[in-house]
Design a protein around this ligand. Structure first.
Ligand code: ZN
Ligand code: ZN
Ligand code: ZN
Length: 743
């Protein structure tokens, strides 16, 4: 069964020659980088499968319990309900720097054998070898590294204990080291070990520890073994030892900042970084601090937010560093962490207030992600006994999806965990990571600076870089495209020769099929059919008496977005009394001109017809926008119509009607608002008001009025509903609206 050349498949789903030899960096056919995903497998039958065998037609056995996924582009087998035993892995997702993640399963063919659990993000190098066990690497390690490894284990103790998997930290072979970083092979569920057990595990290590730290380590371990020491005290002592031994070493820090617009010229650059070319000199924060912020929010909001965040965070950190230098004692890591968190809350409030002051709502609200590295120079007495100016502590702070990586010659390791929907789903044990990534909103942010609690930032991930076909032949793209392209980062295209007139005309020679929304939907579907795309936008207008104000004509515009990939339909709407919709039967050119003046001609076009109900196209002259044309058309109809009269009306097609174009623009903005309103339950866009409850009480007599007391939001995807009381901001109605006080 052992093949001479192992094969790995290109992850590009449309690659025509996906097979490549294992070890190649990129696909020979399409140049897509190849992924060598080595898995650590768990299950009673897993150990018995021999090297060279292929499992489930995709996993190649490299070594006992180490499998290579030869089809890394494909989703692994994931059961419908999440097995209880993997829940600790999911809940501990935030610790992914040290812990493996569940990849998927190989389901057993027989009753007798268990399913096999596949773990990724395991301590295996890119050639498929396990990183060495901590115990094995121990003696070659420097004093600082030895202490740092133990420090990391102690940091993991609490979170792992809470989920009943702290035993994982007691098994020597389970603890692996990749450079400075301690990484676990798997999680072990058994018993509730105490800190004493951990001390006993460390005993053989401290005996062979480097001499500079051996005595102090022994003291710490003795306390642990006594069974009387508190975790907190042990952690403080170990931290003190770590800082004191690190402070002996020279420290070299270099920072540099650069920002790039990226390949899409459409998108403005909303990043801000520190340092940047123009502030690199004479700043006391350098080289201790580096910041990257990526702004979010319409109309320059993102740029403003990211700049605001960088400036405020610099002030905060300057104050923090000052405070730290004034301390006689070592400031412990949990305290520093709290201080950094407090700084971020301040910045969050600054941006939030800025949003409120500028009355920014919905997409206009600005926010920013942040990642910051802060090197805190605590003064400390070294293990050798001299005063050092720096204890070599580096803190990483991140909110949103700005990231920090650890890059070496051999690997590039992500150090931060994004605040996005995929992470949220995994941490709540609702989904495996690979499964969560399949969600259309996987990369939507659950946190950013400047947002209020619970706000979800979809970051337009759903429509990012997609082509949207706009079904129009009346130049509606002039108002629709700029808005959607800038806000949703999609590319709006208008198909050539797309005749929307077959779906009805305002001049009635072609009847409209169904109601307004149905007609728009039909246009959108037709556009998708024609182009083979998956995202379409269509609009439809109607004119008639205003539903609430009698004797006034109105224009209702709908702009509909149809997304076949996410099975979404969202409709933006605008009802406006602002319209020139009108008609008149005339018997002379003079009468025609009087009418024309009233309806905003020639900016607004006119139509001249034989009769109000034309039989066919030949009896309709559309798009009249000059006096000569008007005279010509009216004379022609007066001469040839059987009645000797001409029917005049306003041309309602968008390109000949600026007033209507404005209303289409407003409907597009409404569409955008609805897209940006996401369901709190499933986070799909289109969480919109579906009904209004009247009865806002009168401020004087408390009787219910006809004003809105509450609105109901409903998700059209999952059906989740939410009531919002007093949507207009006031709990009482003015008595002028009351039937009793003001009948
Ligand atoms: Zn390929
Ligand atoms: Zn009243
Ligand atoms: Zn929902």
């Amino acid at each position: 069964m052992i093949s001479t050349q192992r094969i790995i498949n290109c992850p590009n789903p449309i690659c025509t020659h996906p097979t490549n030899p294992v070890g190649n960096r990129v696909c020979a056919n399409c140049q897509t980088p190849l992924i060598h995903r080595y898995l650590w497998v768990i299950g009673s039958s897993a150990g018995t499968i021999l090297q060279g065998e292929k499992v489930a037609d995709r996993y190649e056995v490299i070594a006992p319990r180490i499998w290579l996924d030869t089809q890394p582009g494909k989703l692994p087998d994931i059961p419908g309900t999440i097995p209880k035993e993997i829940i600790p892995y999911l809940r501990l997702h935030q610790q992914r720097l040290h812990l493996p993640q569940v990849y998927g399963f190989v389901r057993s063919q027989t009753e007798a054998a268990d399913d096999i659990l596949l773990l990724e993000n395991v301590p295996i190098d890119e050639a498929g070898n396990l990183y060495s066990a901590l115990t094995k690497a121990w003696q070659q390690a420097t004093a600082v590294r030895q202490v740092y490894w133990l420090w990391q284990i102690l940091q993991l103790w609490q979170p792992l204990s809470e989920l009943g998997v702290a035993t994982s930290l007691l098994i020597p072979n389970n603890l692996r080291v990749q450079g400075w970083c301690v990484r676990l092979l798997q999680l072990q569920q058994s018993g509730q070990p105490s800190i004493k057990h951990l001390g006993e595990c460390w005993q053989p290590l401290v005996v062979t520890a480097k001499s500079q730290v051996a005595r102090d380590l022994q003291k710490i371990v003795q306390q642990m073994c006594s069974g009387e020491a508190e975790l907190k005290d042990i952690a403080a002592q170990l931290n003190g030892l770590l800082l004191a031994s690190a402070a002996e070493l020279p420290l070299s820090i270099k920072v540099a900042g650069a920002t790039d617009k990226g390949p899409e010229a459409l998108i403005q650059n909303e990043d801000t970084c520190y340092p940047h070319n123009n502030n690199a000199i004479a700043d006391s924060l350098l080289p201790r601090v580096a910041i990257v912020c990526d702004g979010i929010g319409g109309h320059e909001g993102g740029e403003v937010a990211s700049q605001l965040a960088v400036q405020s965070v610099k002030l905060q950190i300057r104050a923090l560093l000052q405070e730290v230098t004034e301390q006689a004692e070592i400031v412990p890591p949990d305290l520093l962490q709290q201080q950094l968190e407090a700084s971020l809350r301040v910045i969050n409030n600054i941006i939030c207030n800025c949003n409120d002051e500028q009355k920014r709502t919905g997409t206009q609200r600005m926010a920013t992600t942040i990642v910051m590295a802060a090197q805190i120079p605590q003064r400390i007495q070294t293990t050798a006994g001299w005063q050092s100016d720096n204890a070599h502590e580096l803190y990483l702070v991140n909110v949103g999806d700005s990231r920090a990586y650890w890059i070496t010659r051999n690997y590039c390791q992500l150090l931060t965990v994004d605040d996005d929907v995929a992470t949220r789903e995994v941490c709540h044990a609702r989904s495996l990571y690979r499964q969560a990534l399949q969600r259309p909103d996987a990369t939507a942010l659950t946190q950013a600076l400047g947002t209020k609690h619970g706000e979800l930032l979809l970051k337009q991930a759903l429509f990012n870089n997609r082509i949207a076909v706009l079904a129009t032949k009346h130049q509606k793209e002039r108002v629709i495209a700029p808005i959607l392209e800038a806000e949703l980062r999609m590319k709006v295209v208008v198909p050539e020769d797309f005749d929307t007139d077959v779906f009805g005309t305002f001049t009635r020679e072609v009847k409209r099929p169904g109601n307004q929304v149905e007609a728009a939907r039909l246009k959108a579907k037709k556009a998708l059919e024609l182009t083979g795309e998956s995202l379409a936008i269509a609009s439809e207008g109607s004119f008639g008496p205003h539903p609430e104000i009698p004797f006034i004509s109105s224009n209702r515009e709908v702009v509909l977005l149809l997304d076949q990939i996410h099975n979404l339909e969202i409709v933006g709407e605008e009802l406006s009394a602002n319209t020139n919709h009108n008609h008149l039967v005339v018997e002379s050119v003079e009468q025609a001109f009087q009418f024309a003046q009233k309806v905003g001609f020639p900016e607004h076009g006119l139509v001249v017809m034989f009769d109000e109900l034309p039989n066919d196209k030949t009896e309709v002259i559309k798009g009249i926008t000059s006096e000569e044309k008007l005279i010509e058309a009216v004379n022609f109809v007066l001469k040839n119509s059987p009645t000797g009269k001409a029917h005049l009306e306003t041309d309602m097609r968008a390109m000949h009607n600026p007033t209507r174009m404005k209303n289409i623009e407003k409907a597009t903005r409404d569409l955008l608002r609805k897209i940006n309103s996401c369901c709190p339950e499933c986070s799909m866009p289109g969480f919109t008001i579906t009904s209004r409850i009247r009865g806002l009480p009168c401020a004087l007599c408390y009787m219910p009025t006809s004003l809105t007391r509450a609105v109901i939001y409903q998700c059209q995807k999952c059906g989740f509903t939410q009531e919002e009381l007093f949507p207009d901001g006031s709990e009482y109605a003015e008595p002028v609206n009351c039937n009793y006080c003001n009948p």
